[in-house]
Design a protein around this ligand. Structure first.
Ligand code: PFF
Length: 508
């Protein structure tokens, strides 16, 4: 079937300078805040070492096949997500827009706020500002948390200041383009992050009692594998951690040269990201082991939920360490969170900006500047006293619904409407490891079925009781309506004409 296609003849696409530059940028997007504390916490909660079983199954059944799909289609169509979807089928362009709008005006707005918290905590580490009660400090003194999502309260100035830094820095990187900005920054970020993490792991595992914590982290409790929630957590984490479904990998692959090794790169990025999570777990649990040793409480009592783990438990552990060393340790931990977060933030802005540039053909510098200014103002709501609640609700809706829906649509569009065997041929033609038929089976059947089951399960749970006990109005307004407004905006933009001419391209 012939589809009207978009020409790129007159406008050469930016390109990565080197393959390493591309891999580092994609890894930079994947490795983020979620790798350091979310993975460790999930692992602990879901049966320690046994969690690696569903996690690895999710990685191979859904993560890697989708990574190959996104890299393959981005490379084949040479466009951002909306352009890629439009090239496959004009009626599906909205799905690409929905993905990048969710990424930019959903994830990025709160993600930048959490990076700003980390940024503040780097400075707090110098004088252990959280004092003896890190829990009270975080919720009452730093966030000045209000009574619920409905009571917005004041804007917290240190968070806004950090936010200005985060947006200005990200703006600067994306402003300079693919090679001089994104690629160059990640060539610094990623080795830096690796060094920071290795130092952190080495220091943590040498702390007294660290081995106790690591034992808790890795001791498998296979009984938990019969629980549905463990599998749901594993599949959801794989999506978020690999930055799938938001058009990021599609966009990054569109800047690749013709001859590439897509399958191998997809393996390197996916396995590298998961290995990073696994290794940073040693730092987190080594420190928790130390804390348990120093306070005489069992590890199960010192461990806490995701956000609490990074901003309450960790500062508490840092305070227990020897003088001077503790400040260094704090700067190292929060500094690595800032670096990991920034490289992911850059990818979120790039995916959206690239989509606008493709469609309307405005100059990059103008697009990026407008997007960052709008993004900064948009994220201010998350710096208010009710910010934490808003972050929690938006994050929940985007991850449980937005991400999964886009994933399902992506599988339907590319697996069933587009000829998947042609894409496999293209990937094999581009070079490297040969991609076999199992991949088609995954994309056509296994992945969408798993995602649909996840979606149904999430919806059932949602309707049975309000998420985290928040008032229904808040959930509907901040979560559901937000997704719907993003969808309407996506449909609207998709209906606007393309600035570049449409030409027929009968390659498939
Ligand atoms: N992968 C990043 C993390 O694990 O923290 C976060 C992320 C970035 C999620 C980009 C989604 C995304 F599109």
């Amino acid at each position: 079937m012939k589809q009207p296609q978009l020409s790129e003849a007159h406008h050469p696409r930016p390109q990565w300078k080197s393959r390493m530059g591309f891999i580092l940028a994609a890894l930079g997007s994947a490795v983020g805040l979620g790798n350091i504390w979310r993975f460790s916490y999930l692992c602990y909660k879901n049966g320690g070492g046994a969690f690696l079983v569903p996690y690895l199954i999710a990685l191979f059944v859904v993560g890697i096949p989708l990574m190959i799909l996104e890299l393959g289609i981005g490379h084949r169509m040479r466009g951002s997500a909306p352009m890629t979807f439009a090239k496959v089928n004009r009626n599906w362009e909205w799905c690409g827009w929905w993905a990048v709008i969710c990424a930019m005006f959903g994830i990025m707005l709160y993600y930048s706020t959490v990076i700003s918290w980390c940024f503040n905590y780097v400075f707090f580490s110098f004088d252990l500002r959280w004092g003896i009660d890190a829990n009270h400090f975080f919720f009452q003194e730093f966030l000045k948390i209000s009574s619920g999502p409905g009571e917005i309260g004041d804007i917290i100035s240190p968070i806004v200041l950090g936010l200005i830094g985060v947006w200005a820095f990200s703006w600067l990187i994306v402003f300079f383009g693919v090679q001089k900005g994104v690629e160059r920054a990640n060539k610094i970020f990623m080795p830096l992050l690796l060094v920071l993490t290795i130092v952190l792991v080495v220091l943590s595992v040498r702390l007294e009692g660290a081995m106790e914590g690591i034992k808790v982290y890795l001791t498998p409790n296979f009984d938990l594998l019969t629980k549905k929630q463990v599998w749901i957590d594993a599949f959801s984490q794989i999506f978020f951690t690999l930055s799938l479904s938001f058009g990021i990998m599609i966009t990054y692959a569109s800047y690749l040269p013709r001859k590439v090794n897509i399958v191998k790169d997809a393996y390197i990025i996916s396995l590298g990201n998961c290995l990073f999570s696994f290794i940073s777990g040693f730092a987190v649990f080594g420190t928790l082991g130390y804390m348990s040793h120093a306070t005489g409480k069992p590890v199960s009592e010192v461990v806490s939920q995701a956000i609490g783990l990074a901003f309450v438990t960790y500062p508490q552990a840092i305070s227990l360490m020897p003088k001077m060393f503790c400040n260094f340790f704090g700067v190292l931990f929060f500094g690595s969170l800032v670096v990991a977060g920034l490289s992911s933030a850059v990818s979120l802005i790039e995916a959206f900006s690239s989509a606008v540039i493709d469609k309307f053909h405005y100059p990059r510098k103008v697009v990026v500047s407008v997007v960052c200014i709008a993004g900064f103002f948009g994220s201010i709501i998350f710096t208010s006293q009710s910010g934490l609640f808003w972050i929690d609700i938006v994050d929940h809706f985007i991850n449980q619904y937005g991400l999964i829906l886009v994933g399902i649509f992506q599988c339907i569009l590319l697996g069933w409407i587009f000829k998947l065997s042609k894409l496999r041929e293209h990937i094999n033609h581009a070079g490297g490891i040969v991609l076999r038929r199992w991949w088609e089976v995954c994309i056509k059947f296994v992945t969408p079925i798993v995602l649909i089951l996840l979606f149904i399960n999430n919806l059932q749970k949602e309707l049975s009781s309000p998420y985290e006990g928040y008032p229904w109005e808040a959930i509907i307004l901040i979560g559901r309506d937000w997704l719907i407004v993003a969808l309407i905006a996506a449909l609207f933009v998709a209906m606007r004409p393309w600035k570049r001419e449409l030409v027929d391209q009968s390659e498939h």
